[in-house]
Design a binder for this molecule. Structure first.
Ligand SMILES: Nc1nc2c(ncn2[C@@H]2O[C@H](COP(=O)(O)OP(=O)(O)OP(=O)(O)O)[C@@H](O)[C@H]2O)c(=O)[nH]1
Ligand SMILES: [Mg+2]
Length: 363
């Protein structure tokens, strides 16, 4: 599961990436500083783990992780080879979701490739390139599939879907909002369209606007734009986040308090990204560790157990499950069991976010 950081050149993508991953990727005040993508793995902050580790108690806490990829800046015409060209669009094709960084801070010293600050124009430039690249891909696919459909009537559905997607994109609309059957959704997924990937907008704002981001008119415009496609907007100051990321936990809390913030922008972003990918965490706790594990929403218990070890999946007998909230309300596992709140679940049980679970297995 990988998220791609996408946007115009010089808007703060690598600065944000470094803040999230501490990877020390190159960031500088000139366009196209990043050429090859930078990849980094990030722990997903989960405050439940700390509390869980206290009631057991466990020696340490192990969060789950997701991957971020910092991609080269795109410019107008990228789909036909402008700027760094279409090779970089292919890097976006490899990610599962897009974090679209939009510049919403004024600073005459930081070059903007289009001269002035205008987040909606910027968003539309990027979205248009993604769309044009998709149109080209679909046209090639249509030609191939139409030929193949002559001998294979099973492909007629696909041909029709390609046509519908092409028409939608050519009219300037998003394929994200098409109403599709489950079967069509699967076919659509196989096209791997850039413009259909789930998206979060990150408004990169100045430090002064952090506490009261509504006062930033650019942010309000981005929010209005994003609400039309039901996308989330997160405000951060990439520069400040990079400073925060250098601090230890206590200093971090102090620094955020001084700024008047509860949570760092990064924590918000990572959590929102995780949700965007349709991921949830189940939790395990023991004397060694309190740990979070990532699964896709809708995963049954044995496959979830397989995340821990393939033996547990293979020899799955049952899962003993309690929700994190119930466990916390009881204060400990013994009380929870006495109250009958620890459920026995079988192989058809669909795991939920925050399930604290013990798998029983036999191999
Ligand atoms: N004032 C201010 N400057 C920032 C902020 N974020 C990034 N910058 C500066 O903007 C410049 C570009 O930042 P990068 O992170 O390299 O931008 P990028 O989007 O990765 O750029 P490319 O790799 O060229 O596409 C650097 O000089 C950063 O220090 C911010 O929040 N505030
Ligand atoms: Mg960069």
């Amino acid at each position: 599961m990988k998220l791609g950081i996408v946007g115009l050149p010089n808007v703060g993508k690598s600065t944000l990436f470094n803040a999230i991953t501490q990877a020390g990727a190159e960031s500088a005040n000139y366009p196209f500083c990043t050429i090859e993508p930078n990849i980094g793995v990030v722990a997903v902050p989960d405050e439940r783990l700390e509390k869980l580790s206290k009631i057991y108690p466990s020696e340490k806490v192990v969060p789950t992780a997701i991957e971020f990829c910092d991609i080269a800046g795109l410019v107008k015409g990228a789909s036909t080879g402008e700027g760094l060209g279409n090779k970089f669009l292919s890097h976006i094709r490899e990610v599962d979701a897009i974090v679209h960084v939009v510049r919403c801070f004024e600073n005459p010293d930081i070059v903007h490739v289009d001269g002035d600050i205008d987040p909606i124009r910027d968003i539309e430039i990027i979205n248009l390139e993604l769309t044009l690249s998709d149109i080209e891909l679909l046209q090639r696919r249509l030609e191939k599939t139409e030929k193949a459909a002559k001998g294979d009537k099973g492909l007629v559905k696909e041909v029709n879907l390609i046509k519908e997607a092409l028409e939608t994109l050519e009219n300037g609309n998003s394929v994200r909002n098409l109403e599709l059957s489950d079967e069509e959704l699967l076919i659509m997924k196989s096209f791997n369209l850039l413009s259909s990937k789930p998206i979060i907008y990150v408004a990169n704002i100045s430090e002064d606007d952090l506490v009261d981001d509504d006062s930033n008119e650019y942010v309000n415009k981005v929010r209005e734009f994003a609400s039309k496609e039901d996308a989330e907007v997160i405000t951060i100051s990439a520069e400040i986040e990079e400073e925060i990321s250098q601090l230890d936990d206590e200093e971090k809390i102090e620094f955020l308090k001084d700024l008047g913030l509860e949570k760092s922008g990064l924590d918000k972003l990572i959590q929102a990204s995780y949700k965007l990918l349709g991921l949830v965490s189940f939790l395990t706790v023991g004397p060694m560790e309190a740990r979070a594990w990532t699964i896709k929403q809708g995963t049954p218990a044995p496959q979830a157990a397989g995340k821990i070890h393939s033996d547990i999946e293979r020899g799955f007998i049952r899962a003993e499950v309690i929700s994190y909230e119930d466990l916390m309300a009881c204060g400990n596992m013994v009380t929870a069991k006495e109250k009958g709140l620890v459920r026995i679940e079988g192989k058809d049980y669909i795991m939920k976010d925050g399930d604290v679970v013990l798998f029983r297995f036999n191999v």
